[in-house]
Design a protein around this ligand. Sequence first.
Ligand code: EPU
Length: 437
Amino acid sequence: MYETHKGENYLEKYVIHGGNRLRGEVAISGAKNAAVAILPATILAKGPCLIENIPNISDVSIMIKILSEIGAKIRVINKNTYEIDTSRISIPEIPYDMARHMRASSYFLGALLGRFHRSKVSLPGGCDFGVRPIDQHLKCFAAMGATSTVESGMIALTAEKLTGAHIYFDVVTVGGTINALLAAVLAEGQTIIENAAKEPHIVDLANFLNSMGADIMGAGTDVIKIRGVKELHSTSYSIIPDQIEAGTYMVAAAVTRGDVLIKNVIPKHLESITSKLKKIGVTVMEFDDSIRVIGDRPYRKDNVKTMPHPGFPTDMQPQICVLLCLSDGTSIVTEGVWDNRFKYVEELTRMGAQISVEGRIAIIEGQGHLIAAPVKATDLRAGAALIIAALAAEGVSEIEDIRHVERGYDNIEGKLRALGADIRKISKPDNPLQQVL
Ligand code: EPU
């Protein structure tokens, strides 16, 4: 939804005429979940950071706005390259309304704490998958000497000094691992993170911090060692390609029985997705920095369990479910990370999917086709899954609440259209009276 200068609200939606086979080439943008960690990490540098391959998505725009609001100097080199100089930031506090809708706003807690030994940020929002606690983040800040208080929806941290600590995470947490890295790089002494997350964006953040002079070893394994340094300097850095965006186009090619070359990827990051697609019957060819996906049915049923990296990513769970709806036989999908990540199933059912959900398990009766319908994106990856379903379905589907999709997919409409999809974004007034006038 957006508001015009006259105060009228407009709803945006995608209208998709399904049935076209996707063909051609698509270039993958920089990784959202790396970008939203690296942007706050610039707060730790003394001097400007030049960052390339930043995806053009709304989560990044919010991060840039927050940095600018608290005093960072932002120079836009082009739509994917920014120079960020945070040396003039003086107040380690993020305005409540700017941060509360975004999960990654919690990274400002670690970054500001690392630099100022103080930070104040609203409790984080983000996609709604049930309870999303940050107890592990707070446990790690406490181990390093910070005390935390919660007041009017804001978390405040203060530390007289930050000291390296031995942290053992009770659950594998991406956000907790990122915040631990952000707080530890300038802390006094050594920090050891055990049971750390191993996602590609954790490694990317560690590489970024090391390029500024940090001393981090072991990122990408479950034990990370950080020796605190006195200061971090300017750098220039290019963000890795988005593993989930690539996986989303892989499934889109498969469900439309297309033939798509997906460029600017790191095939190693896609291994769990590639092997699952191959098992289902999709042809996947790997090259140095691209992947070709050729889809032709019939596809076979399979069981999927989402796990932290290098397991099958939870952020690909809704998309793979669509492919399984179009495969022969009964598949079982178990969500191993989030309590409640099947909200979109109700929407997919409107398109003829036969899925029953019991807690964290979905049982999918594959039946070879989906029917176009009006549906609503319930979160970012759910929105992507509904787009994929609409591309495969016969007829015209309308997908509402696409702001969720725009949080994390760079120009998805343009990229799909270039592959031959019939997809358009339309705006309509929210108020029916406005529509008549
Ligand atoms: N958890 C706790 N306590 C904590 C932190 C997490 O119990 O203090 C639990 C969560 O409730 C969940 C599990 O640990 O059950 C994993 O949560 P994690 O902290 O790893 O998730 P996150 O950092 O909040 C990031 C991504 C998500 C992705 C998850 C898992 C970003 C900005 N978000 O979230 O991405 O699903 O890791 O891989 O990096 C998306 O891109 O669509 C998305 C939702």
